[in-house]
Every structure is written in C-alpha cells, then in structure tokens.
Design a protein around this ligand. Structure first.
Ligand SMILES: Cc1cc2nc3c(=O)[nH]c(=O)nc-3n(C[C@H](O)[C@H](O)[C@H](O)COP(=O)(O)OP(=O)(O)OC[C@H]3O[C@@H](n4cnc5c(N)ncnc54)[C@H](O)[C@@H]3O)c2cc1C
Length: 755
C-alpha cells in the first residue's frame, strides 16, 4: 500500500574514527548530491567508531540543509530524558534538521561490559515504549507541569521540560519483531528496518502489523513513515536485488514504494561513486516514476497531522481547511510553547497563523473570519493588554513582517513592518543619525505601539510615535488592502493613529523620523520616604524642564526596614555634556540621592535588548491614567496607593511637550493636554481596581496601551466624546461586522440612512 509520503532519500555512512574526516566528507557529499538525510550507526561500545552524537553535531555544523539522524540510537546506553534534551539541542542548533531513530540495542555482551542492564526482547519493547513517553514529555515545553514518569525502566520525579525542539522531531524505530511493530503502530512515527535483515514477505507483513496497531490505537497509518536501509551495487548486467543497472534500481525501489509504502530509502555505502550514481541516475528517475504512477492512480499527499496533535485541537476551528499556503502552529506542535503566550499574558490559542506577507495576512484573516472563535492580532507580542493571545482562538502573528527600509533619505522617510521590534528600528536608523521616539523598551513591537500612541524616551521633544506616521498599509476586515495617509483614506488614517487595532491589521508603517545624535541618559535612585512630597517635586521639575528632557519615575512599596525608594530615568536630547548636566542638576536636588549614573550614548544603545522568550503566565493587571499636573492631592493619593501594597509597580512618565502641539482632533489619540502618564501593575484585579478608583477622579483620560481593564467605560476615558463618536462611524465603515473586537472594542455606530 502506498501511503503517499513525499519521497525522501538518505545515506548511511560508517562512523569510522580511523580517518575521522572521511565520514564527515561523505556527509557533506550527501548534501551536495541532494540527499535529504544522512545517517550513522550508533555503537557506543565500539572503539573503532566515532561517538555518534558527537559526529552528528559536527556534521550538523558543517552542513546547511541535509537532515541528520542516527541509524539507530542505542537506547539502553542512553538515558532517554538526557537524549531528548540532546536531540532538542541539536535540532535547535541545526535549524530543525535532527531526526530521531531509536533501537533497543543488540550486542548485549558489549553493552553490558559498558554498564548497560541486559533486557529480554519483551523488556526491550516496554523500555522503548516508556522511553518514547519520556522523550515526548521532555519535548513538551508548552506543558507547564514538571514531568513525572513512574515506569518500570525509567522514573522521572518532576523533571523540567524543554527546550522546545525547532521542528516536530519524528521518532522512528529500528525493529523487526511483531511486538515492536505494534509499538510503532501505537506511538512511533516511523519504521526503519534494513532490507538485508528482512525475510521474504516480512516487509509487507510488518507494514500490515503496524497499520493494524495504528488503527487500533485510533491513529491514521499514514502518520507513520516507512523507511528502509538498502545496499546495492551498480553493474551492467541484472543480478539480484539492487545489483544491476540504474534502471533495475528504479524498478525495484518503485515497487517497494508503491506496493509496500516505503517513503524513505537510505543507501548504505561509503563509496562516493555509488552515492553519486544513485543521486544522479536513480533518484531523479525514481522521483519521476513515482510521481507519474501516483498521478495515474490518484494517490493523495500522505503528510498528515499526528493523531496526538489532532487530539489537542480546539473546537470551532476548521483545521483541515486552513489554506495550505499558510504556516500555522497548533497545540502539540514543536513551536507552540514559543507562540502560545505573550510577553506578559499566558495563552492557549487553538491556532497561531504566522503570516509572512500581506497576501498571507489576507488569507489568514479570511480563514479566521469563518471560525467562530476569538481572533487576536500580534506584532511584537508585548501588548500590556494581553489581547494578542487568547484561549482556544486564532492568533495572526505578524512577527515575520519585520522589514525596515529607508524610502527617501532626504525626507527621512522609512517603512517599517508591523512585526519589527523597536530595538531593531533604533539600530537600523542609528547609522543615518536618525531616531524615532517609540517607547522605553526595545523588545516591544511596532504594530501594537504605532497603532495606539507611543510614549517614549524622547516624547517631550519629538512627540508620540503616531505623530511621525505619514502613511500605513492596512488589511481591512473584508480583506481589502488599502493605503491610508492624509491624502488617501484620511479618515482611516486618523483612526489608525490611536485606535488602530479596532479598524484593521496594519502591515506596514511609513514614518518621517528625526535627526537625533547621541543623547544624555541619567539613572537616579532617591530616598522617597516622603512619597507624596517627592512626587510633587519630581512633577514640578519635569514641567519646568525644557522639552529636550523626558523623565520616567518608578516606585514600588518600601521594603521592610527601608525607606521607599524611587528610580528616576531622564533622557536629554543632546550630546553636549554641559547641556545634559544643566538639565539634570535640578533633578538631583529634589530628594536625598542614593545613587546616580549619567552618560552620553547613542539612542540605539538604550533601546538595545536581545529577543526574549514570550512565556507570560496568567492575566496581567495594569491600570492607566493621564493627568495634567501632579497636584498635592494626587500625590497624596498616589503615595497611599504605593504604600497599600496593592501594586508592585507604579510609574509616572512625562508626556506633554510636543505631544500637546498636535490638536486633540488631529488623531484618535485625543488626550493631548496631559503632562503625565500614570501606570500601575498589580496581581489582584479587584484590589488594584479598588485602589485605583481613589486616583481616578484626578485623571483626564487614559492610554490604552498601559491598560487592561476592558470595562466599556474605559473606552470613554481613552477616546473622549467626539473622538468616540467619530471612531464608531469609522468602525461601522471599515469593520461593520466587528471582526476586530477582542480588544478595547469600539462598537460600530448604528447606520443612519439619509433621506
Ligand atoms: C516591557 C514593556 C515596555 C513598554 N514600554 C512602552 C513605552 O515605553 N511606551 C509605550 O507607548 N508603550 C509601551 N509599552 C506598551 C506597548 O506600547 C503596547 O503594549 C503595545 O501594544 C505593544 O506592541 P506589540 O506589537 O509588541 O504588541 P502585541 O502584543 O503584538 O499587540 C498588542 C495589541 O495591539 C494590536 N495590534 C498589534 N499589532 C497590530 C497591527 N499590526 N495592526 C493593528 N493592531 C495591532 C492588537 O490589538 C494587539 O492585541 C510597553 C510594553 C511592555 C510589555
């Protein structure tokens, strides 16, 4: 039976250590000749062989494309949990090129001499079965509970899981006996026997045994790849199996593929001429013949999702009709742990579609619209609201759209993909002597920040990030691709600048960036025992400072026995040391100074952070308020909030300056008059909300990107009166079905038909 698996061809090379370069050279030759896979036998008790793991790692480093496997790994000599981690590591290092083939071992005297415990044939099956569970358990990095296995052969009492593998590493078993074959059917991903060890007819009987066991276990037999080690010789005249001209090889292998379902042939030889002859004369003809036979009988592609993954699918998503052009990750996939959550919120989406182009965003959105589940849009995954993941829904992940291009150097016009991170933007602009004020953390994504505001290190001098926007490319809810600017779709452009997440998926942003040289950056720690007094003085200092100074202040509850401390950061948009000192001097006088550091450095340096894993857990609780001045009444209320312990993070940022130069009606970010943005994080939602209510009367609005409270009244705080009215009209025009609703949702206005 042909299972329809795409044909793969591999090589099987002796790992001799007499001339260690030889097996490595043959592996490289395998890659050059177009083989898909290179494999090595594993006999750790054999002094004439290189250690197989070490060799595979070396080969992985010396090749770019070819996949690598043992043929097969000796389980009794390698603890499976350690082997799983080694496999995941090699898979990560090689860019997803490691495949795992396992065996029960065979040379027991030699293995026992090296310390292995001798097992009977039956025990070997059970040990392999347990080992597969252990390996899968370690690879299941998305699962947060420690791994416990109470087996007969392997016991794990709370092992840490991970790392996640780079791709779904299959586990193939090299085995022959019926119980082993049934184990393959039940839980392995492939059968890897050697043709020379098989008795006549044993291959088809083995296939049937596997199929039967797979079906009994509720699996689709096509989940199991059928591999075969082969050896042969090219000669002019036809002899025995694979002993003859290339045409004979093609005929014999074709019959194994069509009649027995072999999808991978692995050629055992250390002879470069045989490797070359097979690659050049057999492989192309075999591929062609197989494709043509399959086309004539209508065999479908046998690549199927495993039943283990299908079992984890969430209801409401028609996984089988996801367009094949789209790349997606679902629960159980190797990459799921890395994409399920955001930086700050734990998530369990049913599907994460990784769009690599605007066309794919359109396709992903069209698919998502048909599924009755939540939809999240993710750019950098740093959204404090946590709305860029969900539970059981779909996430459209734009992190692949991360290009940064200079469009016109004379006007400092740049186009940036939604998935770029601000640290990458800062690094790309630095060589031109440019910068774009964005936020205070380089790991944040462009899409979420540039659709809402952007309160950054240079905000008082250079304004909000959205104030530098000149045009956007947007995919609307109905799939239309539109451009918006002051000249085209100006109403949409207005709304994108402050409420973008309600109106469409912005795929790229065109900004006019600023000339910014090196900047002064000061970090200070103050004794803020008199918290209210400190806040007032810091507020007065900020308001009195020229616009080239932007300052952020951060506090938490005082530690036992210590005064409350405040960390203050200040950026001065100047590379002149005298100016920097002049600006910072009044700051150090506002309270007892415990520590300080100031330097002049490139803007890109303060934005520089390495990419971080997104493994947020739980639901974030953050509140936001915008305030004109830090009045004594507000300062006293804020001091009480900080001392209450309800929040672990309390921050005030300066806004004002250039932000207020823009008219409140010019964009959907209307709260322009505030001089400060106040944010608090806590863990107990009710307690944080109760305490925040005490501060609320002081605020003149909020910034959606620092808020998690989804109650409808927050929308009026973010989008006051006329802004909200206008947004609702826009929403009914651009997203009448409210497709983009899983965030701070502006409801479409009821349409009024003019008479
Ligand atoms: C550590 C940290 C520091 C921060 N510092 C600052 C700061 O200094 N200044 C500041 O202003 N903000 C800051 N923020 C808040 C930040 O602006 C927002 O959380 C922003 O949404 C993050 O953007 P993202 O692309 O990483 O988010 P994501 O989590 O990917 O997206 C957040 C939300 O934005 C919307 N969205 C994302 N991409 C698009 C798109 N392409 N089109 C339409 N809608 C989209 C979606 O509704 C999504 O749920 C910070 C956040 C964190 C976690």
């Amino acid at each position: 039976m042909d299972y329809g698996h795409p044909l793969k061809l591999g090589t099987f090379i002796t790992p001799t250590n007499a001339a260690p370069d030889v097996p490595v050279g043959l592996a490289r030759l395998s890659e050059e000749l177009g083989y898909d896979l290179v494999t090595f036998q594993d006999h750790p008790y054999q002094p004439r062989f290189l250690d197989t793991w070490t060799l595979m790692t070396w080969v992985a480093a010396q090749t770019q494309r070819i996949h690598i496997s043992a043929n097969v790994l000796n389980l009794p000599m390698r603890p499976p949990a350690v082997m799983a981690r080694a496999a995941a590591s090699l898979d990560l290092l090689s860019g997803g090129r490691f495949e795992m083939a396992l065996g029960a071992g065979g040379f027991w005297d030699a293995m026992e001499a090296m310390g292995a415990r001798r097992l009977t044939a039956g025990e070997s099956v059970d040990a392999l079965s347990e080992a597969i569970d252990v390996i899968h358990g370690i690879w299941d990095a998305a699962e947060r509970t420690p791994l416990r296995v109470d087996g007969e052969y392997y016991r794990l009492s709370g092992a840490k899981r991970g790392p996640a593998t780079a791709h779904d590493i299959p586990i193939w078993l090299g085995a022959y006996k019926p119980r082993m074959l049934r184990l393959i059917g039940e839980k392995a991903d492939g059968w890897l026997p050697s043709y020379g060890y098989l008795k006549p007819g044993q291959l088809s009987v083995g296939m049937a045994t596997i199929d039967e066991a797979a079906s009994a276990a509720g699996r689709d037999p096509r989940e199991i790849r059928r591999l075969l080690n082969i050896t042969g010789r090219f000669s002019r005249t036809r002899g025995g199996f694979l002993d003859g001209p290339a045409e004979q090889w093609v005929e014999e292998l074709l019959s194994l593929a069509l009649d027995d379902g072999v999808g991978t042939f692995i050629l055992g030889t250390d002879d470069p001429e045989i490797l070359r002859g097979f690659a050049e004369e057999v492989a192309p003809a075999l591929r062609e013949a197989l494709a043509s036979e399959r086309a004539s009988v209508g065999v479908v592609d046998g690549s199927v999702r495993s039943s283990a993954i299908r079992a984890r699918r969430r209801s409401g998503i028609d996984y089988d009709h996801l367009p094949t052009s789209l790349t997606a990750i679902e629960p159980g996939d190797a990459g799921y742990a890395a994409v399920r959550s955001t930086y700050i919120r734990g998530g369990s989406p049913g599907l994460v579609i990784q769009a690599r182009s605007t066309a794919e965003v359109v396709d992903a959105l069209a698919f998502a619209r048909q599924q009755p589940v939540p939809l999240a849009i993710r750019s950098g995954g740093h959204g404090i609201s946590g709305r860029s993941t969900n539970d059981g829904g779909i996430v459209i992940d734009l992190s692949g759209l991360n290009s940064i291009e200079v469009l016109d150097a004379s006007t400092r016009r740049v186009r940036i993909g939604a998935g770029a991170r601000w640290s990458d933007v800062a690094a790309a602009l630095a060589p031109y002597g440019w910068a774009l004020s964005s936020g205070d953390y380089g790991g944040v994504g462009v899409g979420g920040l540039a659709t809402a505001g952007g309160i950054g290190w240079l905000v008082r001098e250079h304004g909000l990030t959205i104030d530098h926007l000149r045009a956007v490319d947007v995919v609307l809810a109905d799939g239309a691709r539109v451009r918006a600017s002051e000249a085209e779709n100006a109403d949409l452009f207005w709304g994108i600048r402050g409420a973008g997440s309600n109106l469409g998926i912005v795929t790229s942003f065109e900004f006019e960036v600023d000339e910014v040289g090196d900047i002064g950056f000061g970090q200070f720690v103050f004794d803020a025992g008199d918290t209210a007094g400190f806040l007032e003085k810091w507020g007065r200092f900020v308001e009195a400072a020229p616009r080239d100074l932007t300052s952020f202040m951060l506090m938490g509850r005082a530690r036992a026995g210590q005064p409350a401390m405040a960390q203050v950061y200040a950026v001065v948009d100047s590379d002149d040391a005298e100016v920097v000192v002049d600006r910072l001097q009044p700051l150090v006088e506002i309270a007892p100074l415990l520590d300080q550091a100031a330097q002049i450095l490139p803007y890109a340096q303060i934005m520089n952070v390495p990419p971080s894993a997104h493994n947020g857990q739980g639901d974030p609780v953050a509140r936001s308020g915008l305030i004109e001045h830090i009045t004594p009444q507000f300062a006293a209320a804020a001091a009480r909030l900080i001392a209450s312990g309800a929040v672990y993070f309390f921050q005030i940022r300066s806004v004002g300056g250039a932000v207020a130069d823009v008219h409140p009606d010019a964009t959907a970010y209307a709260n322009r008059s505030a001089n400060f943005s106040v944010t608090a994080f806590g863990s107990d939602r009710d307690r944080v909300n109760a305490e925040w209510d005490q501060l609320y009367p002081h605020f003149s609005g909020l910034y959606v990107n620092f808020e998690t409270d989804l109650r409808p009244e927050r929308l009026d705080d973010a989008y006051p009166g006329p802004t909200m009215t206008r947004l609702r009209v826009l929403k009914s025009r651009y997203d009448p079905d409210n497709v983009f609703r899983d965030n701070f949702n502006v409801a479409p206005a009821a349409l009024t038909i003019a008479r």
